[in-house]
Design a protein around this ligand. Structure first.
Ligand code: UT7
Length: 337
């Protein structure tokens, strides 16, 4: 499929002007989990690379973390709330069924001139959302937008199921995307895919029209996430490899040109296997899953924030964001940071 997008033919470029992240203070360790289910720190570490995850308390909600991350991103971008024209919150654990989590963020930061909505594409939500904003910026329709990935996955995690409860954590990451005429920076290329035929690989069936609140669930565990770990594992490696190769090909780049590949943090082994197939060196395949676990749509912006704050990426570096998750969905963005 030939789908080149060359933003440099547009006078407008979608530039990351600010970044921020917010995670709960409370930490759940592998040792804590070993007290709850039949598992060990050794199993979790070797199979996933996860050591701890930040988990929300009963009173902490998705919009709270989204708002904190957004405020930090706005501070770095030196942007006022009234200048923001769009807010997208990528999430599968929204504040409530409706209105959107983005409505609560808008209210909390006072972005009165924005139109706002949530985007449901699971772990791919952030890369999907970046691409949507990119389109509005490159057509000159918009100057400033907030893109946020925010989750409280532990609220839909079955802490009796050892094959899934070890994986997930909570938090949010955000970026301010700005219309810039700087002809060297910005989103260079975005690509995304979906495969609805495989919806059963990862799902949470309650809370929607199929199982409304007044219908008794034949399986009470349907209120939790259900994952077919092996299937996801295999598909994830395959799709990440394909998508990264597509990005390099369409942008005329080699891995030498990329400063950092920031993958969705779903399992360190998945990232390492994909990296090996793509000849990505260890220092270029960013990993912070050991501290945060899998935070779905929040994982890439949390990782991006860490890379930027710690100087692992700097202005002018080319970075590649790549995600894979429920839907199935997958996609990537190539960005001159
Ligand atoms: O972001 C997208 C969402 N993420 C995912 O969907 C996760 C993708 N998949 C994965 O990360 C991995 O498949 C898992 C970490 C979930 C599982 O790792 P695995 O290497 O694929 O293990 P497995 O499912 O093949 O299970 C191997 C064994 C099984 O025992 P038997 O049947 O060999 O006796 C499991 O019952 O490990 C057992 N097992 C555990 N043992 C100790 C499963 N979970 C645990 C556990 N502790 N927590």
């Amino acid at each position: 499929m030939d789908r080149p997008t060359d933003p440099y033919t547009s006078p407008y470029h979608a530039v990351i002007a600010g970044y921020g992240a917010s995670v709960p203070e409370k930490i759940l360790t592998n040792q804590d989990l070993a007290q709850m289910v039949d598992t060990t720190d050794e199993w979790i570490t070797t199979r996933t690379g996860i050591k701890t995850r930040h988990i929300s308390t009963e009173n902490e909600t998705t919009a709270m973390f989204a708002t904190q991350a957004a405020k930090k991103a706005m501070q770095i971008a030196k942007i006022k709330p009234g200048e923001i024209e769009m807010i997208i919150v990528a999430t599968i654990t929204p504040e409530m069924v409706f209105p959107s989590t983005a409505s609560f963020v808008q209210r909390a930061i006072g972005a009165k001139n924005a139109w706002v909505f949530d985007l449901s594409a699971a772990c791919s939500g952030f890369v999907y959302a970046l691409s949507i904003v990119q389109q509005f910026i490159e057509t000159g329709r918009m100057k400033n937008a907030l893109v946020i990935g925010a989750e409280t996955l532990t609220k839909i995690t079955n802490f009796k199921d050892r094959s899934s409860c070890i994986l997930f954590g909570d938090g949010a990451g955000a970026v301010v995307i700005q219309n810039a005429r700087d002809n060297r920076r910005g989103i260079i290329y975005s690509t995304h895919y979906s495969e609805g035929d495989r919806w059963e690989a990862l799902n949470c069936q309650a809370y929607g029209s199929r199982y409304p609140a007044d219908k008794k669930l034949e399986d009470p565990d349907k209120i939790y996430m259900d994952i077919k770990g092996r299937e996801v594992y295999q598909q994830a490696i395959r799709r990440i490899v394909e998508t990264v190769n597509e990005c390099l090909d369409k942008c005329g780049l080699t891995m030498d040109d990329i400063k950092m590949v920031i993958s969705h943090q779903m399992n360190a082994r998945i990232i390492e296997s994909a990296a090996k197939r793509l000849n990505i060196t260890e220092e270029k395949a960013f990993l912070n899953i050991s501290e945060y676990g899998n935070t779905s749509a929040a994982s890439i912006p949390i990782a991006l924030d860490e890379c930027a704050r710690t100087g692992k990426i700097e202005r002018g570096d080319i970075i590649l964001l790549v995600a894979f998750g429920a839907g199935l969905t997958w996609g990537a963005n190539v960005i001159e940071f």
